[in-house]
Design a protein around this ligand. Sequence first.
Ligand SMILES: [Zn+2]
Length: 116
Amino acid sequence: MSSRERGFSLLEMLVVLFVIGVLLMIALPNFRGAAERSQAKACHANQRLLIGQLEQFRLDKGTYPMENGTIDLEQLVAEKYLQSVPKCPKGAAYAVSISGDVVTVTCPVHGQPKSP
Ligand SMILES: [Zn+2]
């Protein structure tokens, strides 16, 4: 039986382990980044949905859903503009502010979406 048929040499094993290690080092940060990016995208989509439904509410009723001087998102649910008040995938609640006629939705974790 020649040495070739007895299996892999130590050098061959080291080369394979090195290649696997390099591939993992390249892939793992990308996977982690992808989860973060998709959460930020979902968060920004929630914010756009909130703004859109707030504007729709105002078009229909002539005013934003206000309660004690602040925007009340629960009214959007009560009036069936939303099934539920969306939350950031990280669990944070959105800060909704209004200045003049412009309503702004901000996530404490992800900030605001960049303008399209
Ligand atoms: Zn967020």
